[in-house]
Design a protein around this ligand. Structure first.
Ligand SMILES: [Zn+2]
Ligand SMILES: [Zn+2]
Length: 735
């Protein structure tokens, strides 16, 4: 080995630090002599004019000799556990696959960062000086309490003496009491769950599935299991046995849920099984609790986290199991920032960490179903409903033949069925996946339609809020007094149904019924939503009118009838996943009925009773649906038989967007494997005042479409001015 030049010996070591901003590359920093840094360490580094929290991504870094002196020093090493190699590898993998800057992906792993402020200090008081010159009864009580010379928190002292905090503060001002900081008692984020707290009684099929899951956790190593069972078959209780096995092994578990607002019942069941609550991770968790949960996960104090998709990026110290509940749910795909699919990335994380993962669903995604059919995933089936209840029988109501009267949306046969259920003091649910009062408002005099000024979309009438709202950009305005085109007054009519309009109809048809409209825009907080769900559960509501929120894994014991008001919604647009989503949604909604008391009834109003999706639903024939959908996807080369990626180009004016989209398409590298379709104007041609064009790329399954796109975009013309380009691998939305 050649001797290194003397000057190098005096040089500080260098590290590469990745910072959570929209940049792909890491930056080199000098390591001050007193710091010992290794990959994964969290550090503060100067970044431009400010300081940022970053993560050491590589050590032993070399730069050209001239550059060394121009580098800045790492400012500080944070007293937090380092990010483990698996998580760093995962961040790199997700960035690479989704074509996102690595810094953006790291940001999801550091979501706690900026909130880790100094600990809040409690103030205590003790007796220190002479009695105050002016004595009152209240003051005397405080002095009597503190006569023992012990320190008490200010709030405790006030409460015990029965005085206000002001009395204590007054005595501090007089010098009678001495204030001093108290350490905060260390409250655990979540107490340790007890795997033996309450082991349930299982049916034979459930026991077999639970045993199989427990064994894969005990054995360890990567493997994907599809836990496949109809709504009400006890999937949750079964996978809890896998959680118990992980707990006994001292390993952590991550449970991903699609709609965290709807998890109150889940958390109760968790507490029943394990004796304590699990930690939660979602956007509604208060900043300080977030910071403590993040640290608790990193330090292994938290052993089970129930969270939304972002929980996938938590810094687990020793993750031993991942569960993805309702794995088919479209909410798992993040549609802004880093476009990633949390279910697919959870499988990647399990593979990197070499741990088992469980995907749970009553209506698996076509991708997962195909993987199970081909043996790539193990399938564990729970064929029956728990306690032997039946899935509701579904009857079709052909709207072309026996539809409701004009201006109404509930057909006579459905209304009659609801009436019977209400008379029996059971609950009914009317499902309509449309928020607001009406999807379209038009002028009776001239035909003018009220549209969003920023988007290619109609304004939705939200009558409860007295507003017309755009569901794409949030634009809202009060209903105009006169038609903007013909100036007629009182000429506007609502077209089509929304849940609010349905409520009006229900009030006329069933005036005695207690009605609740469950729609995401009508509840302000997760807490409020949980209260409303409790009301339904306890039977304080007779008739529920709901959007897709009600489809998500909630258990309503008294619900015995589900009426799907418009089964055709969602089938109409040119989206390759429309049939799958419609089937899953309607199947889940129908599965809400008859879960505890007796047999449930389902009614499906449709204009197309002969559509394969509708026929499969009516026949309760899941296999028929998958068979026809898998054949269609295979023929078209759609996922999972091929890969898709999309590029969305947008700009403030149409010619800029279209021009750039055409230049981009022309620059696509030639490849036998890839078909580049477009550019075409997006179905939602204008959003928030931006004109949109789409390119769709299609390739065989074995082809690395991410690598192809990365190479293409590196050499392609760069968007200029206000033109923006977004890449979406495995797109779920085609709007
Ligand atoms: Zn008009
Ligand atoms: Zn809009």
């Amino acid at each position: 080995m050649r001797p290194r030049p003397a000057s190098a010996l005096h040089r500080a070591a260098l590290v590469d630090v990745l910072v959570p901003v929209a940049l792909d590359q890491s930056y080199s920093y000098r390591v001050p002599a007193e710091l010992d840094l290794k990959p994964g360490d969290l550090v503060r580094v100067p970044l431009g004019t400010r300081e940022a929290t970053g993560v050491v991504w590589a050590d032993d870094v070399a730069v050209q000799p001239g550059l060394h002196n121009r580098l800045k020093d790492v400012a500080e090493k944070l007293d937090l556990p380092p990010l483990k190699p698996e998580l760093r590898q995962f961040v790199d993998w997700v960035a690479d696959y989704t074509l996102s800057p690595r810094g953006m992906v790291l940001r999801m792993a550091l979501r706690m960062g900026e909130h880790l402020g100094p600990e809040r200090i409690r103030i205590g008081v003790r007796l220190a000086g002479p009695a105050p010159p002016r004595m009152t009864a209240a003051r005397a009580r405080v002095l009597a309490l503190l006569a023992d010379g012990l320190v008490r928190a200010k709030g405790d002292a006030a409460r015990e003496a029965g005085v206000s905090i002001g009395v204590i503060d007054g005595l501090v001002d007089e010098g009678t009491l001495e204030p001093l900081p108290l350490p905060l008692p260390p409250e655990p984020v979540a107490r340790p769950p007890d795997p033996a707290h309450q082991v349930p009684d299982f049916s034979a099929a459930q026991q077999a599935a639970a045993d199989a899951l427990r064994e894969s956790v005990e054995r360890g190593g990567y493997g994907v299991t599809l836990l496949d069972g109809v709504t009400g078959s006890g999937k949750t209780e079964v996978y809890f046995e896998a959680v118990a096995a992980a707990l006994r092994k001292g390993k952590q578990t991550l449970i991903l849920m699609p709609e965290i607002a709807l998890t109150a019942q889940f958390l109760d069941r968790f507490a029943e099984r394990f004796g304590v609550c699990s930690a939660e991770w979602h956007s509604d968790v208060a900043p300080r609790l977030r910071a403590r949960t993040w640290a608790g996960v990193a330090q292994r104090e938290v052993s089970v986290v129930v969270g939304a998709r972002s929980a996938l990026f938590l810094p687990f110290a020793d993750l031993g199991l991942i569960i993805v509940d309702e794995e088919h749910d479209a909410v798992y795909k993040q549609e802004d920032g880093v476009h990633y699919h949390a279910r697919d990335m959870a499988v990647v994380r399990a593979h990197i960490g070499q741990i088992p993962i469980v995907l749970s669903s009553a209506t698996p995604s076509v991708e997962t179903e195909v993987n199970a059919r081909r043996g790539r995933y193990r399938r564990l089936s729970l064929p029956e409903r728990f306690g032997g209840q039946h899935l509701p029988a579904i009857e079709a109501i052909d709207l072309t033949r026996e539809g409701p009267p004009r201006g109404r949306f509930i057909a006579p046969r459905l209304a009659e069925a609801v009436q019977i259920v209400l008379e029996r003091k059971e609950q009914a649910l009317l499902f309509l996946n449309r928020r607001g009062y009406a999807p379209l408002t038009l002028c009776r005099a001239c035909g003018f339609r009220l549209a969003c000024p920023n988007c290619d979309a109609w304004l939705v009438d939200h009558r409860f809020r007295r507003q017309l709202v755009c569901h794409h950009c949030g634009f809202a305005m009060p209903p105009p007094a006169a038609c903007p085109k013909c100036e007629a007054t009182g000429s506007f009519v609502a077209c089509g149904p929304g849940v609010e309009r349905l409520e009006e109809e229900v009030a006329t048809l069933f005036p005695q019924a207690r009605v609740l409209v469950l729609s995401s825009d009508l509840v302000a907080t997760i807490e409020r939503m949980r209260e409303e769900l409790k009301e339904i559960e306890q039977g304080n509501v007779d008739l529920i009118i709901g959007t897709q929120l009600v489809a998500k894994g909630h258990h309503f014991p008294k619900l015995n009838l589900v009426g799907i008001v418009d089964g055709d919604l969602g089938l109409a647009n040119g989206d390759p996943r429309a049939a799958e989503r419609t089937f899953q949604l309607l199947h889940q909604v129908a599965g809400r009925a008859g879960r505890e008391e007796g047999r449930g009834y389902g009614y499906l109003q449709t204009h197309q009773p002969n559509h394969p999706v509708m026929k499969a639903l009516i026949a309760c024939d899941r296999e028929a649906f998958y068979a026809s959908e898998i054949t269609a996807r295979e023929a078209a080369g759609y996922p999972p038989f091929g890969r898709l990626a999309s590029l969305v180009i947008s700009a403030g004016d149409r010619p800029s967007a279209e021009g750039f989209a055409r230049r981009l398409a022309a620059s696509a590298p030639r490849s036998e494997a890839v078909r580049v379709l477009g550019p075409v104007e997006a179905p939602l041609a204008v959003v928030r005042g931006r004109h949109r064009f789409r390119l769709l790329m299609k390739s065989p399954r074995a082809f690395d479409l991410s690598a192809y796109l990365r190479e293409w975009l590196a050499a392609a013309p760069k968007p200029k001015g206000d033109v923006r380009l977004e890449a979406d691998i495995d797109p779920q939305s085609f709007l």
